[in-house]
Design a protein around this ligand. Sequence first.
Ligand code: NAD
Length: 361
Amino acid sequence: MEAKIVVLDGDGIGPEVTAEAVKILDVVGERFGHTFHYDHQLMGGCAIDELGTSLPDETVAAAKAADAVLLGAVGGPKWDIPTAPDRPERGILGIRKALELFANLRPVKLNEQLIEASTIKPDVLAGTDMLVIRELTGGLYFGPRKEAGEEGFEAYDTMLYTRPEIERVVRLAADAAMGRRKKLASVDKANVLASGRLWRRVATDVLAEYPELEVEHVLVDSMAMHLIRRPASFDVIVSNNMFGDILTDEASMLAGSMGMLPSASLGDLKNSHGLPLGLYEPIHGSAPDIAGQGIANPLAAVLSVAMLLRHSLGLADEAQAIEDAVDAVLDEGARTGDIAHEGVEVVSTQVMGDLVAEKLE
Ligand code: NAD
């Protein structure tokens, strides 16, 4: 097959981990006989520097015309100016909105080999395998807001949700749960927030159509606790934009490091293969503290490529081959610094990419 992939390398460790992900795509192309055409575009801090905007029109147009988008990460202290008219993160929010990517899928599966890398006790972690689905284009990050400005003393953000916005993401989560262990936890704050009560009502209505699912409604504060107390009991978790943002970072620590976790953002737009035009990215940020040192873990970006092949190109065998190759490399003991423990050999970003590529070949 032929596919057009827009690559947004971004800032900090973004270009470092994306280079390894593209390396793996090239190997997949060779081994399975596919041709991937890459279109590198600017977004984030690098776009502000070169073109004066975090999300150039050309990037949006290229992304809309692509089969899938691969993103590294954006942001960094250089652009962290409270009064600046634009910020790298606005690029991400903008492209999610432009591609109508309303659901962010973050699988959190414990690699048994990395059980020691987590700060949580192994017996609590054993069997952890969940899919967290975060609503991505509504809620607090997109509602009406007021900036305080430099002199101002009042600012606000609004958690605004409509019934259709909740319905479509809960339905997507329910469908995902039907293909897994048939358990779904819907997270809200219905005891305090009006938007939380709407979330609970709509989720209850939608989930009534799925009698086979074992459903629990969990308040976000208790979810924060349950995630580290009984992680293995969860299958699919669905939540709003802000709660999902926080819970997924917490959940990432179950897998040992943010450097291990991929994500897919999906919506209703279809690509030239009739499949969802998705955006794929590691869940971590641009990690300015380690950028430029060649020590970042590229596996989250590599595993994001596996999600891209599966969801946007329908190449499930190729996706599995990447996941198996990552597993095999971890089995043999290769570790980047973030997942290392005493006595193991620490490898660089590039070497980790090479090892996965060799296994895949
Ligand atoms: P971060 O995820 O960049 O880093 C958090 C910690 O995890 C750091 O210590 C970092 O070194 C480590 N880490 C992250 N990814 C790693 C990897 N692949 N390998 C090894 N270690 C890794 O979060 P932050 O420091 O809060 O944010 C830094 C910048 O990234 C900010 O500007 C933030 O806005 C931005 N950010 C961007 C995205 C995105 O592009 N989607 C997501 C989150 C944060």
